[in-house]
Design a protein around this ligand. Sequence first.
Ligand SMILES: Cc1ncc(C[n+]2csc(CCOP(=O)(O)OP(=O)(O)O)c2C)c(N)n1
Length: 375
Amino acid sequence: MIDPEKLYQFLQEKGVTFFSGVPDSLLKDFLKYLQDHSESDSHIITANEGLAIGLASGYHFATGKLPLVYLQNSGLGNIINPITSLADSEMYGVPVLLMIGWRGRPGHHDEPQHTKMGRITVSLLDVLEIPYFILETDEEISFNNISLAIKEATVNQKPVAILVPEGIFEPYTGKKEIDNYNLLREGVIKNLLTHLNGNEIVVCTTGKTGREFYEQNIAAGTKINKYMLSAGAMGHANHIALGLKLASEEKVIILDGDGAILMHMGSLPVIGHLAENNFIHIVLNNGSHESVGGQPTEGFFADFSAIAAASGYKIVVSISSEEELAHWLKNGLNESKTQFVEIKTSRVSRNDLIRPAGSPKQWKENLMSAIKQKS
Ligand SMILES: Cc1ncc(C[n+]2csc(CCOP(=O)(O)OP(=O)(O)O)c2C)c(N)n1
């Protein structure tokens, strides 16, 4: 397996000293090493993967050096435009080393949201005319492949990818993160469920939030039967919720994440403008990409309440304690005006959360038939 420290040293020796991207669980040990050992201006976690290509391009224009951009293969969708119209050799010709976590690799079991992208990752790179190298657990072979990728990117002044399958990095624990808030996301969801009347539609963002909701909802006797777990499509769940709201009479509650909302923050004024009422946008803000390894986001730097208020939400609330949560559940939850509710939580979750039974098609059918029964 690859020792994250050795890879970091190897890249430094090769002149690759600038890192940016959106995290993936397959890369988490290397990313944690980066986080512990890089200066704040040489490792930047961007709001989405496309922005990392922009950042890396600016860095290259200023230094002439080769940056590394990391992403989960799901993020390939977010980089296609800046790759083809900015970094591509037919445009500005920006050499970038793309380190891509290969979820859903054919022949390896993974979650449904990764199946299609896992299968088409290599073809997609081919279509984009991005050469790629695949890492292996053998360090020597992998370092040799990385050298070849660096050479190709530098000589041809273009993006080159290194695909990282599962189980490539040795575990690296590193420094423990300080948790500033006590509320547990799972506890918040459990508490919320006890206060809902059961007619609401609940939409959950990508990552562990959906799994926690699923488990707590079963524990509550499937109190909510109209729910949608957005297993993939990070950053889009709040617009699924808006679509449901605009076309139905039900109260809609979206459980969003700080990483997800930051990824497509332009969603807020559209919701603020159009949702009108019976829409509650809850952001479970743990200041991190907790589901893929706990890498920090700008969630605690951004003033979500001010942004939401300026985006037109009628009611804006920020909660960071049990008392504030209890107060809002009692007094705020039943307000009909469109609300934005930030709940600051710890970055702790269980590792043994169950995965939703069935397939995405069945989840969709369950939701649609439950909505139909109501009308
Ligand atoms: C486009 C895209 N990039 C990256 C990922 C990988 N990913 C899945 S969950 C997640 C973290 C989401 O963070 P946040 O919304 O704050 O929720 P948390 O995990 O903290 O609950 C990431 C980066 C993804 N699914 N899609």
